[in-house]
Every structure is written in C-alpha cells, then in structure tokens.
Design a protein around this ligand. Structure first.
Ligand SMILES: N[C@@H](CCC(=O)N[C@@H](CS)C(=O)NCC(=O)O)C(=O)O
Length: 210
C-alpha cells in the first residue's frame, strides 16, 4: 500500500496510527501541503477533494477520507479493533470521534484559514482565535461524551476516539489552546503516546517532518 500524507496533518496522524496498530506496512508518500501539492493535478487524480490522506491499495484502487480509510482497515484487518462490536457502544465511539473529525477539523483546515486570511482579510491572530474557539467547543463536548474513569476514552484499550484525539491535540498545542479545562483529554493523550503504534503515527516520527 501507499499512503499519501503529510507529517503534520491530523487526518494523516489518524490513519498512520491505525495502520501501525494493525501492523499494516505501507510506503510513505509525502504530499507537501505547504507547497500546495494537495491541489496539484497528480494528487487530485487520487483525491479530487484536495486533502490528505489517500491510501492506494496494492491493486491500485484508491481510498480517500481518513474516517472511511479507517473503517476499511477495520473491516480488512479486524485485529486489534478500534471500534466496539456492540452497535450502541460503537455509535458512541463514532459520535465522539466525529466531534473531532466532522465538527472541529473541517472548520480549522488549511484551506479554511487561507480563505479567512487571504480572501476575507482576517489577521493571523484572528485566524488563531477562530481555531481555538472551535477546538474549545469540540473538546468541551468530547470530554463530556467520553467515560470519565477509564484509561482511554471508552475503555481499557486505544480506540478510534482516542486516535482522533491524539491528532487534534497536536494541533491544539501547535496553536496554543489553553488545555487547563481539558485535563481528562491531556491524560488520555499522554497515555496513548506511550503506545508504540501511536508514537509511529505522530508527526515528529515521519520522514518529511521539518
Ligand atoms: N475530511 C478529510 C479531510 C482531508 C484534509 O483536508 N486534510 C487536510 C490535512 S489535515 C488537508 O489536506 N488540507 C489541505 C488544505 O486544506 O488545503 C479527511 O478526513 O481525510
């Protein structure tokens, strides 16, 4: 498999952690978001939505959208699972995960910030305030939705909600979010970062990290 991705991308972090957790090997193909490679013709042939990651399977078929890729990996490499089998528990884990993947990430994406600053004329400080606002909203909901007394968000083992959280925490720290109200999330993130699979997926472990 080939994973087209970018070291600091939180959607890429998610997929890299799941690949590592499930022991799936892949070739790392960097797409430099800072140089706009996600919007180049070559990459758009893989993902017309101009975002990373994209996973090219051994037979050449292409998957896009990090959450869809993770569900594909969950179906094809079931062990260890990142989602519970029980439909109710699974829906809870997915709901918390989507607070990050659907509510926070899209409004803080690079192209959104580019539009805010480049087209609408907002300053860098205003863009950072925007990101912090949506992270605070989402983290507040996420922290309420998860269990409050388990090692990870929904139990004893790392699951999809934790994986989404680890990526989002990278961005939260990068943009100086006040994490004081989110002690439970800091604790889960620290526990997750002790795991090899999580370490392998973190931005600083990637070949294109600068
Ligand atoms: N919903 C998509 C989002 C993909 C996406 O946009 N990823 C970001 C990096 S975290 C990106 O490539 N942004 C490029 C841009 O905004 O121009 C997914 O989960 O895969």
């Amino acid at each position: 498999m080939k994973l087209y991705n970018y070291w600091r991308s939180t959607t890429s972090v998610r997929v890299r952690i799941v690949l590592a957790l499930k022991g799936v090997s892949y070739d790392y193909v960097p797409i430099a978001l800072t140089r706009g490679e996600q919007a180049g013709a070559d990459y758009m042939a893989l993902n017309p939505a101009k975002g990373v990651p994209a996973l090219v399977l051994d037979d050449g078929r292409v998957l896009t959208q990090s959450m869809a890729i993770i569900r594909y990996l969950e179906a094809t490499y079931p062990e260890p699972p990142v989602l519970p089998a029980d439909p109710y528990l699974r829906a809870r884990v997915e709901a918390a995960s989507e607070v990050i993947a659907v509510d926070i990430h899209p409004v803080n994406n690079l192209k959104i910030l580019g539009y805010l600053k480049g087209t609408l004329g907002h300053s860098q400080d205003e863009a950072v305030a925007w990101m912090q606002h949506w992270m605070t909203e989402g983290f507040t909901a996420f922290q309420t939705m998860i269990e409050d007394d388990t090692p990870f968000a929904f139990g004893d083992t790392l699951g999809l909600a934790d994986i989404c959280l680890v990526g989002q925490m990278v961005n939260a720290r990068r943009w100086g979010l006040d994490l004081a109200p989110f002690g439970r999330l800091v604790e889960i993130d620290a526990r997750a970062r002790e795991l090899d699979a999580v370490r392998q997926g973190l931005p600083e472990a990637q070949p294109d990290a600068d």
